[in-house]
Design a binder for this molecule. Structure first.
Ligand code: NAG
Ligand code: NAG
Ligand code: NAG
Ligand code: NAG
Length: 493
């Protein structure tokens, strides 16, 4: 194993710009991909051209028996509200890290909030780890967008927001994900968490990320776990942009095709790595091609994880995680109505419910420079209002049952009153913000005057979206019953 293949952990004090400069030749392409991801994060994303032609047959699915792990029950301790509050307070008073979940909306200014905590050296931040978990559980392709995870794909619900039922299996795994993140239980986390492009958004992972990008032990043309998936199991678990008759990237479709069972089978087989077993299984398997595809996927993932493990060690990632005083995660792919089990499983977790004017979010999702299509705008806004209404209803219920967990904050307030908001946010986890946090937010909002970036003011940032659409279209969207409710609740009208 040559050292040239396995880079050292380096660059602790380098900025991303410096890294780019130093290693321009080697990593340019990967950084381009990363930057594309940065700019494309959300509804628009680049189809990165990977020339994998998949030829596996798609057959109908055997009516397989659910393996035991799928039947795992989610059982609640019958804790009373009082017990719950006391547990939470006791844990908060203990010396463990603060645990914080940032609940936000895509294009809702959530990066600003995430980065505010992320820039604090006391923080270990996890960026959007639910996507990798859904890759792990269902083999979902691409960026595992939140609609693919939660949408009820019945035709009748096409034109409005209607989430599907989340299974007990998912809830169990989601609880475990949160617990493992917050307690730095790396070995129990899905390997995909460490081989996902999202991880690079976090400051705590920066050195690790750089090391990971440079390892040459990874399979050719494969950088992230989703590339493994794209070259093997798309015909079963869904394509990012499916053509006719191809499976769609939804959890329900992956379930129909027994993806969880096949993924697990491949993991078990390859964990033991007896060639005899694998050959035997393949010989006996009626769906030979399908099984082979899942094995190929798993082998690819395991190779990536080798790079990941190497870089974790080199960069002392575990130590860094264990030393952190604040554990924070931002996940846009989980909806509040499904969160009660997580709240109960981690009683000392605090949550920030972070909103932004749904009309501004819609304008941002449709692209500031995109075409102005009023009908589309109104439809995106009203769907979003339904989603927010459902989240808010759940939160109001939880606030009664689990007091002092939620802090509501509007993006608009963070932008227009940054100092007060920063104080409030850190106060919610019983920490003092650093002086740097205040400086950071001012620089982020108004540009650093030393670097010649033009100063803008908060009111301007918050209202910019209004210039894109006619007043009559904005009024149509605002007049929707559900929107009226949400807009009033958050003081947007
Ligand atoms: C989707 O909606 C339909 C009709 O409302 C319902 O019968 C079905 O159970 C839902 N599916 C899921 C997975 O929640
Ligand atoms: C793999 O190993 C585990 C534990 O080491 C065992 O429980 C399991 O049955 C083995 N699987 C196969 C297919 O041999
Ligand atoms: C795998 O191989 C081992 C030893 O060769 C054997 O004991 C075991 O039963 C095999 N497992 C399966 C699932 O075939
Ligand atoms: C901020 O921008 C708005 C709109 O561009 C303008 O009306 C207002 O005067 C500005 N405020 C300050 C303090 O510059």
């Amino acid at each position: 194993m040559g050292t040239s293949l396995l880079p050292r952990c380096c660059c602790r004090n380098q900025t991303i710009r410096q890294i780019l400069k130093t290693d321009a030749k080697m990593v340019t392409i990967r950084w381009v991909i990363l930057l594309a991801l940065l700019s494309a994060f959300g509804t628009i994303y680049l189809a990165i051209a990977f020339d994998f032609q998949v030829t596996y047959d798609v057959k109908s699915v055997p009516s397989s028996v659910q393996p035991d792990y799928m039947k795992e029950e989610v059982s609640f301790d019958p804790v009373t509200q009082l017990d719950f509050t006391e547990t939470g307070e006791r844990l908060l008073a203990a010396n463990g890290p603060r645990k914080l979940f940032l609940f936000a909306y895509m294009h809702g200014g959530s990066t600003l909030l995430f980065k505010l905590f992320d820039q604090d050296p006391r923080t270990f931040a996890w960026y959007e780890t639910l996507g990798p978990l859904y890759g792990h559980m269902y083999g979902l392709p691409g960026y595992r967008l939140h609609t693919w995870i939660i949408a009820n794909t019945s035709k009748e619900h096409e034109h409005h927001y209607f989430p599907r039922e989340v299974t007990d299996y998912e809830i169990t795994r989601i609880n475990q994900l949160f617990k493992d993140m917050f307690s730095c239980n790396f070995e129990s986390l899905p390997t995909e968490v460490f081989t996902d492009a999202f991880i690079g958004f976090s400051e705590a992972f920066r050195d690790y990320f750089h090391c990971y990008l440079q390892t040459k032990t990874k399979p050719k043309d494969v950088t992230w776990n989703r590339h493994c998936v794209d070259s093997t199991i798309n015909p079963y678990c869904g394509y990012e942009t499916p053509k006719q008759d191809q499976p769609k990237p939804f959890v329900v479709d992956a379930q129909k095709n027994s993806c969880p069972e096949y993924l697990e089978k491949a993991r078990v087989l390859l964990a033991n790595r007896t060639q005899a077993n694998i050959t035997k299984i393949l010989e006996e398997s009626y769906f030979k091609r399908k099984m082979q595809a899942f094995l190929d996927n798993e082998i690819c993932l395991q190779n990536l994880y080798e790079s990941a493990k190497h870089c974790m060690l080199r960069c002392s990632l575990l130590e860094r995680c264990q030393k952190a005083e604040i554990q924070v995660t931002k996940i846009l792919r989980l909806k509040l109505p499904f969160m009660e089990p997580v709240i109960r499983a981690i009683p000392d977790m605090q949550i920030i419910y972070y909103t932004r004017d749904p009309r501004a979010i819609a304008a941002s999702r449709l692209g500031v420079n995109g075409p102005n299509i009023p009908l589309k705008f109104v439809s995106v806004v009203t769907k979003l209002c339904e989603e927010m209404q459902s989240d808010v209803a759940a939160m109001e219920e939880f606030e009664e049952r689990y007091p002092n967990i939620f802090l509501r904050l509007r993006y608009e307030d963070l932008v227009e009153q940054p100092d007060e908001s920063v104080k409030l946010l850190f106060g919610h986890i019983a920490m003092d913000p650093t002086r740097v946090a205040y400086e950071w937010i001012h620089d982020s909002l108004h540009g650093d005057s030393n670097k010649g970036v033009q100063r803008t003011n908060g009111t301007y940032i918050v209202n910019k979206w209004k210039s894109k659409y006619d007043k009559v279209d904005i009024d149509t969207a605002s007049g929707d019953v559900k929107c009226r409710d949400v807009l009033q609740k958050f003081g947007y009208v």
